[in-house]
Design a protein around this ligand. Sequence first.
Ligand code: BTN
Length: 239
Amino acid sequence: MNIRYFDTLESTNNYCKLLDLNTVEEFTVICAGKQTAGIGQQGNVWNSDPYKNLTFSIILKPTFLSTADQYQLTMMLAVAVAKTTMELLPHHPVKIKWPNDIYVSDRKICGILTTATVNHQHIDSAICGIGFNVNQTVFPAWIPNPTSIALQTGQEHDLGLILQSLLKKIENEYLLLRNNPDVLKEQYLKSMYRRGVPSQFKLNEDIFIGTIEGVDRFGHLIINPGKRSFDLKEVQFVI
Ligand code: BTN
């Protein structure tokens, strides 16, 4: 594994997009102490205080995955982050909130942003960005429901050690994705936020009550009754 640390980057994901991914070694990690224009899901800004949190991207080459299976990468990363968070916060409920977030109770501690390059029917390479809140204890009011490891434990943590542990877990889960994807999916389902619990959802302007059953191979959310399937971000939780 090749870790390249930068004091300041616009965005680690954008930096990776400028690299020639054909020549970059798989598992190259681009990590920044500070991002000046971090990107979140759906074109949002990713806000992170300088040097307080982990903001990094990993380049993967999952050529064994077909284009339709891109969500499996997010699934694999989410399981790895959830396991790392559980190790740091063994007495807290740590959950994977579909589609890309890791939650502690009802608060977001980590977001994942993956973009894949495809070649015919297969994924060629993927830039997997992770923003993991570790030592930040004050967040801007516009961030809906943030938390961090420090807010949960009341103390500062070593970013380098957490990065190492997280990367090790990503390596393990990546192997599982390649060799035993059903086991990976079971782990994902076991940690899924509000799975099996009747919850309110919003679809366009309609609110309805349903119970999450799981996700399909495309990453669509399956909600009962009726095993209705919803595309990424088409449906939202009402918290
Ligand atoms: C989300 O909106 O939840 C996804 C957040 C992803 C943020 C990470 S930080 C490292 C990488 N570089 C970026 O610009 N974004 C991702």
